[in-house]
Every structure is written in structure tokens, then in C-alpha cells.
Ligand binder design. Structure first.
Ligand code: ADP
Length: 507
């Protein structure tokens, strides 16, 4: 095990279900790695605890080895052994937990979407804490993320502080309040929590069903710090409309609740050094962007006859949150306006996946549109580099990373003004915004008309004023979306919480 820090920084342990690039479904994976690296750079000791999935990208783990220890953890009335692996991912030390449970919890060929997800991740949350206890770690902060590791908060206070793992403050970040991890109250007992004691309105009871518990609610109640991933989303979830049933809980814990905009990992997302690209380029030398556009067109079999034909990209999970009806509409509208469209997306919802497969088949040999309906990290990089515009017409968006990645690659975002999009994309034509912040095209109403207006304005600029467009591209590429300032905000919250704990224990 890594020893405790000898330097002055904090010891921070993230317990999470995702970490880019080894185990990533969406933005959560990017955040764990990006925030972790930024905090490490600031001098803190950062460690990560992850499940050992069968479907991880193992080639991105350096020095992976099994430790000569077995951690036993309680579940469903008995103890199960867990093999512990260590390795380094993106310079961060990671513990991987491999349960020796007959349920083969993390050998399912996918991260989520299994019938027993609640069981799998409540199990994982418990072993993660058992590991910290066993390894005699004394972290200052245990940072858990989303419903999958929300169990860590009540488990820590109810079971692990009494066992002596008591040095930490708990920080919980909710990356999306749509996913709350609810189940019949009795299922909570599997991981050793007391369902009778916790199934109360002021604890873990779901706000709309008194026989169910809600793990995200539990983490809001039992954590010292609760954050979400942008200031606007933090406001939205405090309303009945945006809180998905948790607004009252969030409001009654508002003192410890904050919205911090995610950054992006500017090493992993850097057009000047990105090996997935045909040609690297930078804000001061954007010629390479055109070569990537050409390479993408060739790769996907799109027409290259017109260099200045705008290429519109979309990279997303295809779920209702992302505005699938507007994405579908955008394909047709882009073609009507004379552009090209590339969609990279996949859907966990079978009827949405089928619907897009049908559309994809219709455009199979089309010269100007292509749908690639899978998850493909390498192709995503090339699309960011190749596209002139990227659409993000979300119905709601806790933070959103694709708009920031797009800007770093000189692709101008066309985004709906909601959540984190509202905190990072500012309309080129909005006179109320200082000129230096204006970086994209936005719309408010989530309908075709609203979207069309933003898309058409973008096309007008692109078609009529090449010089101004080039300036947009260079300006967006030079904007700072790194983790620096956001990591400082987390650091400040951690330090305040640690200080409060120390003051309280002295008095
Ligand atoms: P969410 O977390 O809701 O999925 P975000 O915008 O926060 O949305 O993060 C999406 C991340 O996942 C980005 O890094 C984006 O590039 C990536 N991504 C989404 N869909 C795909 C896909 N089909 N192939 C490759 N990367 C994808």
C-alpha cells in the first residue's frame, strides 16, 4: 500500500465507478482523472479506488499488479474475499477491487445496465472503505461520486468511524441528479446498513416512495460537502422542476452545497499533441484543422469536393437528456443548409439506438451525412478536430464536457442555454456578455425553431465571413478550460471542511 503523505498537502481518496481512460462511460470518468491530476499537481496525495472491471482498457494501466493481501468484506450476512490490484493511470495511483463473490459483479462486459447494479455498487462502496481501514489509511478527504458510490457516506459514519477509520471528511459530487440509485429499503441491509434506522424522511427515504431508499439522498444528508458540476445546474436542482424529486433535500442542506464547473484534462485533450489526429495543430497554426477535416471525410466516405462546406459534429450518449429529437432534426436541417453532419453516439436505450440505426441506414452512402453509432474514443478526437461546429442541444446538462473539448479543438459550440452549458457557452451575438467571453451560439427554447435560429446564425457567419470565423476559432482555442481554477475551488472546500473538523475536535 502507498504510505500516508509526508508532504504538507491533503490526502484525498476518490471512490468512483469510472476513471478515464480505463473505465469511462461519460463525463464522470473524465472528471475523476482530470480533477485528480489537478489536485495532485497542487501537491496533494490523490488516490483512486475503482472496481476491477473485465472490460477495462488495461493497456492504459501502468505496473498493474495484485497485492499480496486479501480484504474481507461483509455482504448479505457473510464475509467475501476481495483481491486488490494496484496500478498507475495517468500518473495517479489506483486500487482496483476484484470481488471473489459468485455474482461476478464486475465481469459483465459493461460498467452499468445490469439487473443487480444496486447490489454491485453497494458492495463496491463497502469494500472500498474496508480497504482503507485494512490499509490503515488516514485520508483527510474521501470523495465519492454519483449514486454508485453514494453509499460511502452513510457507511462511513455508521460503520467505519466506529471501527477507527475516522480521519476523513466526506465530499459527494453528483454529476447528474437524474440517476439516484433507488431500491426497496430492504436492499440496503445487504451492505450492512440499517434499513430501519435509515429509511426515514430526513435520512435515506426516497421523497416519493416511503418504502424505497435513495442513495443520492443519503449522500446529500451524510456528507460534509456536497457539490454538483456547474453553478447554473446547482441552481436548477434546487427547483421542483430541476431537482428530480430531491430539491427539498438539497435546499435543506444548502449550506454545504455548491456548484463547481468541471474543467477538461488539457493534456488528454490537446490538438497540439493529440496522436489520434491526422495532423496536430494549435491556435497560432490552424491550417492542420483543415487536414483533419479532409481525413475524417475520407475515413467516413463523405464528399470532399468543397473545402468550405461547414462540417457539423455531435458526440454524445443518445439519451433523452441530450435532446435526441433536436439531434435528429439537426441532421436534416444541416443538410438543407448545405452542410455536412457527423454523429458519433450510442444509446443504452434500445428504441433510441434502433431509431438512430434506421436513420444511419438511410444515410449509409450519403455524401454529406454519416452516423457512427458506437463508442469510439479515437474517432471522437478526430471529429472534434475536423468539425467546424459541434451541437449540444441538451434538455438539461449538469456540466457537459463536449462543448469545452470542442472549443479547445476550434469547433464552435451550438448549445442550449441550460446547466453547465449556460456557464461555458456565451452567444456571439449577445450584447449583454463582454466580447472576450463570447464563444458560441446559444438558444433557449428546446424546439426546432430555437435550434434553427442558432444553427443558421452560425452558418451565416461561417459562409459569409471567413476571416471573422477564423478569429472565433482561434479565440475559442485559446480559452482556458483547464482544471486549474475548478480544482482550486474543490481545494478550498476540502480545506475548510478539514479545518472545521479540527476546530470542532479541539473544542
Ligand atoms: P455525459 O457525462 O452526460 O455523457 P459529458 O458531456 O459530460 O456527457 O461527457 C461526455 C464525454 O464522453 C466526452 O468526453 C465525450 O467526448 C465522450 N463521448 C460521448 N459519447 C461518445 C462516443 N460515442 N464515443 C466516444 N466518446 C464519447
Amino acid at each position: 500500500f502507498t504510505s500516508s503523505p509526508t508532504r504538507p498537502g491533503l490526502h484525498i481518496i476518490h471512490i468512483a465507478a469510472e476513471m478515464a481512460p480505463v473505465a469511462k462511460v461519460g463525463g464522470l470518468g473524465d472528471v475523476v482523472t482530470g480533477l485528480g491530476k489537478a489536485l495532485q499537481k497542487k501537491g496533494h496525495l490523490v488516490e483512486i479506488v475503482l472496481p476491477k472491471y473485465d472490460c477495462m482498457q488495461y493497456e492504459s494501466i501502468i505496473d498493474m499488479k495484485a497485492l499480496d493481501v486479501v480484504v474481507e468484506s461483509y455482504f448479505d450476512g457473510r464475509l467475501y474475499k476481495n483481491k486488490i490490484w494496484t496500478g498507475t493511470v495517468e500518473g495517479l495511483p489506483v486500487y482496483f477491487i476484484e470481488p471473489q463473490h459468485p455474482g461476478k459483479f464486475f465481469c459483465r462486459g459493461q460498467l452499468y445496465g445490469e439487473h443487480d447494479d444496486f447490489k454491485r455498487f453497494s458492495y463496491f462502496s463497502r469494500v472500498a472503505l474496508e480497504l482503507l481501514l485494512h490499509a490503515e489509511k488516514r485520508p483527510d478527504i474521501i470523495h465519492c461520486h454519483d449514486w454508485q458510490t453514494a453509499f460511502v457516506a452513510p457507511l462511513y459514519w455508521d460503520l467505519y468511524v466506529p471501527k477507527g477509520l475516522d480521519s476523513a471528511r466526506i465530499c459527494f459530487t453528483c454529476h447528474n441528479f437524474e440517476y439516484q440509485g433507488t431500491a426497496p429499503a430492504s436492499e440496503l441491509t445487504s451492505c450492512g446498513l440499517d434499513a430501519y434506522h435509515l429509511n426515514r424522511p430526513d435520512r435515506m427515504q426516497d421523497n416519493s416512495a416511503n418504502d424505497r431508499i435513495n442513495s443520492v439522498k443519503g449522500a446529500i444528508v451524510f456528507s460534509n460537502i456536497v457539490t454538483t458540476v456547474s453553478p447554473t445546474y446547482a441552481q436548477e436542482v434546487r427547483t421542483a422542476q430541476g431537482g428530480k424529486g430531491l430539491h427539498a433535500t438539497i435546499n435543506s442542506h444548502s449550506k454545504k452545497f455548491a456548484g463547481i464547473l468541471n474543467g477538461i484534462d488539457t493534456d488528454a485533450w490537446n490538438p497540439a499533441s493529440d496522436n489520434f489526429l491526422k495532423v496536430q495543430y494549435s491556435a497560432s497554426d490552424i491550417e492542420g484543422k483543415l487536414e483533419n477535416k479532409e481525413a475524417l471525410r475520407r475515413l467516413l466516405g463523405l464528399s470532399s469536393s468543397e473545402i468550405r462546406q461547414p462540417l457539423v459534429g455531435c458526440i454524445t450518449r443518445l439519451v433523452p437528456q441530450k435532446g435526441v429529437h433536436l439531434i435528429r432534426h439537426a441532421i436534416y436541417r444541416t443538410l438543407e443548409l448545405g452542410g455536412q453532419f457527423v454523429l458519433l453516439g450510442s444509446s443504452p436505450v434500445p428504441h433510441i439506438q434502433r431509431e438512430f440505426e434506421d436513420i444511419g441506414n438511410r444515410f449509409q452512402n450519403h455524401e454529406h451525412a454519416r452516423l457512427v453509432l458506437k463508442y469510439d474514443e479515437a474517432l471522437s478526437h478526430l471529429i472534434y478536430a475536423a468539425s467546424d461546429m459541434l451541437i449540444i442541444p441538451s434538455i438539461f446538462e449538469p456540466c457537459g464536457l463536449t462543448q469545452m473539448i470542442a472549443m479547445r479543438y476550434g469547433s464552435i459550440p451550438i448549445a442550449r442555454k441550460t446547466g453547465g452549458l449556460n456557464d461555458s457557452v456565451f452567444d456571439v451575438d449577445d450584447d449583454t456578455i463582454p466580447v472576450q467571453f463570447r464563444n458560441g451560439f446559444t438558444f433557449v427554447t428546446a424546439d426546432e425553431q430555437g435550434f434553427n435560429n442558432a444553427l443558421e446564425r452560425a452558418f451565416n457567419y461561417y459562409m459569409n465571413d471567413a476571416e471573422t470565423w477564423k478569429e472565433f476559432v482561434q479565440k475559442d482555442m485559446s480559452m482556458d478550460f483547464s482544471w486549474d481554477s475548478s480544482a482550486s475551488q474543490y481545494e478550498e472546500l476540502y480545506e475548510k471542511a478539514v479545518l472545521r473538523a479540527r476546530t470542532a475536535s479541539r473544542s
